[in-house]
Ligand binder design. Sequence first.
Ligand SMILES: Cc1ncc(COP(=O)(O)O)c(C=O)c1O
Length: 376
Amino acid sequence: MSSWHRKRIAAPISDKACPWWRIFPLSRGDATFEAMDRALIFDLERRLDHYERVGLAHLPTPLEPLKRLTAHLGGPRLWVKREDCTGIGFGGNKLRKLDFVLREALDAGADTLVSGGVVQSNSQRQVAAAAAKLGLDCHLAVYHGRLAPPGPAYETSGNALLNRLFGAQLHHVPWTGNRNQAIRALAEELSSDGRRPYVVPYGVSNALGAAGYATAAAEIANQSAALGIEPRAIVHGSGSAGTQAGLVLGASIAMPEVGIVGIDIDAEPERVHADVLRYGSAAADLLGVPFPTDRVEVVAGHAGPAYGVPHAATIEAIKLAGRLEALALDPVYSAKGLAGLIALVRQNRWTTEDDIVFVHTGGAPALFAYAEALDP
Ligand SMILES: Cc1ncc(COP(=O)(O)O)c(C=O)c1O
């Protein structure tokens, strides 16, 4: 039995019909512990059930082993939570947040979604996709100047192309450092024109979005229990902070032993840390629990020279994920997240007996916008 397999409790039905991790349901063999796990997960799900969702995201997303990357690095067993597989409009982590946030938009009678981000923002592309699916208009404040475009495809390909395909109306504005100001100004303009706009904040990060992302922790807890693993840590790229806030909150309820490690991809670790606390505390209020401020870990040093600029470690992560695991990471977020994880593995933060979950938060369309910079 390989070290990936703890304890087999059911005979395989057919080696060919299913992947190995479905053929071998695994168990820690401790019924009391499992019942406790289930009670914690149920508590989280019950708290989340107070909030209705639109149901756009394809859930649950798979939790899969990264056997070849694990062997290559020689460290802990690595798993990937496929948040890039949330379905509509090329998927990504924002759809899970949007499921909660857009319920509020529909209930408020909105006819237009207003959001924004940089030219290659995955967030605004997912807002545009959601608007198309829900039959709402979509207006996006597209920020220019936060980074120097890596090549001509940056302005037109990838997410920029998809925004147009999904029918969003683009408003080009300069980046000022204030993430939500131009979005709010656009909403006011639309409102005075008689529209009923609903503001989706930058990165879909607010209290409700963060609470929505706690559903990912519930899924990982359920899937880990089914697999018979107890992850030591969940690692992911952290930017506008709603993803990490939701994971920390959800894990504090359903997986109290698991550490959440956010890799700063914005080159602003203090700001990211402060925003995780801000959105996490507000989301915790929604779920009626305290927010564990001491469990917020934001790791600096893997963002490269600046936001949106891939460096050698980003490109190494993209190539390793592609060649060893057929995963398409993006050069702005998910590859920097994996670069951070690879660095922590190489620093021997975990042992070969640990299970570590990497969250693939999506973003692959941006690969095409960065083609010249990547040269795979
Ligand atoms: C692909 C991808 N990964 C990670 C993140 C970071 O998530 P958050 O902004 O919730 O921290 C983003 C945000 O835009 C993203 O697009």
